[in-house]
Design a binder for this molecule. Structure first.
Ligand code: C2E
Ligand code: MG
Ligand code: MG
Ligand code: MG
Length: 283
């Protein structure tokens, strides 16, 4: 079986590789097998317009339906992969390809949601070959870059210049949008917002969940929204769970909302069924 993974750089497993290897390799093997068996799938969580609550886009969230383990969330395997650049790269490439496949399918079928937001790991965002690969994918599926938004965390943007900055500029030229995910949790200076072509700020759930509890946290949310608006960035709030939060965010000028209050992440099948039912209801 080891031969099967050889092409991906997997080392043949032998008992003398020691305890660390014996703990680590099976997980890597399992993830690589999951990639080739297509056990990893994209779930979709709609983002809605804050005022009208109509769906404007959907975020793809990775799920692993692992035989014998049920449906695993990214927390169960992404942190492991993050420490192995080649593995994370394989996952990110897989996710990009799947997303393009879904998008192309939806467009063909006339599905009204035609834009997808993806989470890309920081390491891949700063990788030199990433843009060329994305370009090729878009071409292969006949998609325009403007149909994609890449969500990345602030950490990516800390480096002055460098590959991440070049990639950002290339993405801007391709029409691909960039969103700063978990905004406000990165302890970073805000100056990068001027240096990088960013399109969207995504307020972290930890801020959203505190709305209504203390005045200070609410003020922080307002400040982030104000910052985004001053810089002409779209502001999205993640993890919206209560109508109180939704109303506060909307009246403070937040553009887009996402959270369990509106929709849970769902399989493509559920997503298309829900959209179909909605179109039927409004017809
Ligand atoms: P994220 O991008 O910040 O995604 C938001 C997470 O919050 C998702 O968890 C989502 O299911 C969850 N969520 C959404 N609305 C609510 C809500 O109202 N309340 C609460 N409590 N949670 C909510 P999930 O799917 O487990 O993903 C966790 C993280 O894993 C993501 O955080 C993202 O950083 C990462 N991730 C997900 N998919 C991918 C992927 O395809 N590639 C990479 N590299 N990372 C991914
Ligand atoms: Mg995200
Ligand atoms: Mg987020
Ligand atoms: Mg988050």
């Amino acid at each position: 079986r080891a031969k099967e993974y050889g092409r991906n750089g997997f080392q043949c497993y032998t008992p003398d590789m020691g305890q660390r290897a014996s703990e680590v390799l099976p997980m890597e093997v399992a993830i690589r097998a999951a990639l080739s068996n297509h056990e990893l799938e994209l779930y979709f969580q709609p983002k809605v317009d804050a005022r009208t609550h109509t769906i404007v886009s959907a975020e793809a969230l990775l799920r692993w339906s692992r035989p014998g383990f049920g449906l695993l969330s990214p927390g169960a395997f992404i942190p492991f992969a993050e420490e192995r650049a080649n593995l994370m790269r394989a996952i990110d490439t897989y996710v990009l390809r799947k997303a393009c496949m879904h998008l192309a399918r939806w467009r063909k079928a006339g599905v009204p949601v035609t834009s997808i937001a993806l989470n890309l790991s920081a390491s891949q965002f700063a990788r030199a070959g990433m843009i060329a690969e994305l370009d090729e994918l878009l071409l292969e599926f006949g998609l325009d870059g403007s149909l994609l938004t890449l969500e990345v965390t602030e950490g990516v943007l800390l480096a002055e210049g460098g590959v991440a900055a070049d990639n950002m500029l290339a993405l801007r030229r391709m029409g691909v949008q960039v969103s700063i995910d978990d905004f406000g949790t990165g302890f970073s200076s805000l100056s990068y917002l001027h240096r990088f072509p960013v399109d969207e700020l995504k307020i972290d759930r930890s801020f959203v969940s505190k709305i209504g509890r203390t005045g200070k946290d609410a003020a922080l949310v307002k400040a982030i929204i104000g910052l985004g608006r001053d810089l002409s960035l779209r502001v999205v709030a993640e993890g919206v769970e209560t109508t109180e939060q939704a109303e506060y965010l909307t009246s403070s000028g937040c553009d887009v909302l996402q959270g369990y209050l509106f929709y849970l992440p769902m399989s493509e099948e559920q997503f298309l069924e829900m959209l179909g039912a909605q179109a039927f209801a409004s017809a």
